[in-house]
Design a protein around this ligand. Structure first.
Ligand code: SF4
Length: 248
């Protein structure tokens, strides 16, 4: 939740910067000709309305997340849009202010999940897909589970074992991908209606930007041995996600 709090502070700073830019633009336009003045004012007004509305929606979403309250249905699409559109601006402004991308991405994943978990779904098991990167597999295991997770011998040395267990229990689809391109291909082939994605913050946010039309629950993995090797996941969180999409 700390990353969400930090994002809230950053958004407040953004709000202030927006006001300063608006005030600066207004001050500069005072010496301009009438036509130029009209263009500047119109541009400023439209840009300011869009910027402040999106930023306000995101601040509102974070406050609701922190208060563990549900975002009202009519506002959800606006929040989703602001999450998507403001991301590059937030990263751009956050960098000189000392905000690392990981913190922003982590907060974004939490916001996304808050929206998904506040919606109701009723999918069948086979319409739900778990998508996870190859680094989840124990590095010493030579089985080709990326081609077929059922090849896993269920030895319990990595979370692939747990995921195959969930696949059998709920009849869901499971894909273990070696990269973003393969992950996108698996989504196109399997045609899920909902996805539970487990990955690092960077891959999750990139995936969320790619998959716009499906609900995606984004679960950040654990990296006890550093990035991209022998990663782990919170299997209970994954199972809760499945049950949410199944509406059990
Ligand atoms: S659980 Fe499956 S994938 Fe993981 S090490 Fe054992 S056999 Fe390999």
């Amino acid at each position: 939740m700390n990353s969400v709090k930090r994002l809230l502070t950053l958004l407040s700073v953004m709000f202030l910067i927006g006001i300063l830019i608006l005030a600066g633009g207004w001050a500069l336009s005072r010496g301009a000709s009438a036509i130029l003045l009209g263009i500047i004012n119109y541009g400023l007004l439209m840009g300011a309305i869009a910027f402040f509305a999106l930023t306000f929606l995101l601040i509102y979403a974070i406050i609701m997340l922190r208060a563990e309250k549900v975002i009202p249905k009519p506002l959800k699409n606006g929040v989703r849009l602001s999450i998507r559109l403001l991301y590059p601006i937030i990263v751009g402004i956050g960098k000189p202010l000392g905000y690392d991308k990981k913190t922003i991405r982590n907060a974004y994943a939490q916001l996304n999940n808050h929206l998904i978990l506040s919606n109701e779904y009723q999918f069948k098991g086979e319409e739900i897909m778990i998508l996870t990167p190859h680094c989840l597999q124990k590095s010493t295991c030579g089985l080709r589970v990326t081609q077929n997770p059922d090849l896993c011998k269920r030895c319990g040395q990595c979370n692939v074992d747990d995921l195959v267990g969930l696949k059998e229990k709920y009849g869901i689809q499971l894909a273990i991908a070696t990269g973003g391109t393969l992950a996108r291909r698996k989504i196109m082939e399997m045609k899920p209606k909902a996805i539970i994605a487990v990955a690092c913050e960077r891959d999750l946010i990139s995936g969320l930007q790619d998959v716009k039309d499906l609900p995606v629950l984004a679960i950040v993995n654990r990296r006890p041995e550093g990035p991209c090797v022998n990663t782990e996941m919170d299997i209970e969180q994954v199972e809760l996600g499945i049950r949410h999409f199944l509406k059990e």
